[in-house]
Design a protein around this ligand. Structure first.
Ligand code: CUA
Length: 189
């Protein structure tokens, strides 16, 4: 059977396209480090956040040299706290949960991006090398005020940074106990 050269060319081109499409899907699913919200961050009772360690007083906690944890509560239609301040050259693990409906949590301009599901704690670790200001936005439609649900992240020069909450001294023993109680394995920055 004779196959025309043009026909061969189109066959080859369409095969190449199919391989290309499959490669982008495989990369998006496995290569880009995107995972579903899993049990890594643990589970909480969304009605009892006021009595849940970390979420009863959301905000920044220093857990080691240049290491911080940030607990954030998402609710219709805000994040608590509304402003997060951190020093540059730090490794930061966010623990985010919702007290009402499904929200989103994205630190605009970084790859920190997760769904926030009531009862689940979304855990993401991010490194901030440079000072800068980032918007935190909700990217899951969560009700009439969704478009206004935002917060602010300010990464300061380490010399300009002081912990916002005076009760949390940088090397407090309590905070270290908290940190070891939460699983911190398998981080992907
Ligand atoms: Cu919260 Cu949209």
């Amino acid at each position: 059977m004779h196959v025309h050269n043009y026909e061969k060319l189109w066959l080859g081109a369409s095969l190449l396209l199919i391989v290309g499409f499959i490669s982008t899907i495989v990369y998006g699913a496995a290569g880009a480090g995107i995972t579903m919200v899993n049990d890594e961050g643990g589970q909480v009772n969304p009605k009892e956040l006021g009595n849940t360690s970390g979420f009863d007083d959301p905000g920044v906690t220093k857990v080691g040299p240049n290491e911080y944890e940030v607990h954030i509560v998402a609710l219709q239609f805000a994040f608590q706290p509304g402003t997060v301040e951190l020093p540059a050259n730090s490794t930061v693990t966010f623990y985010v949960t919702s007290r009402d409906v499904v929200h989103g949590f994205e630190v605009a301009g970084t790859n920190a991006n997760t769904m926030v599901i009531p009862g689940e704690v979304s855990q993401i670790t991010v490194e901030f090398d440079e000072p800068g200001e980032y918007g935190i936005v909700c990217h899951e439609y969560c009700g009439a005020g969704h478009h206004s649900m935002a917060a602010e992240l300010i990464v300061r020069e380490p010399s300009n940074f002081t912990m916002q909450d005076d009760t949390q001294t940088p090397t407090s023993g309590n905070e270290t106990t908290n940190a070891t109680a939460t699983p911190t394995g398998g981080e992907s920055a």
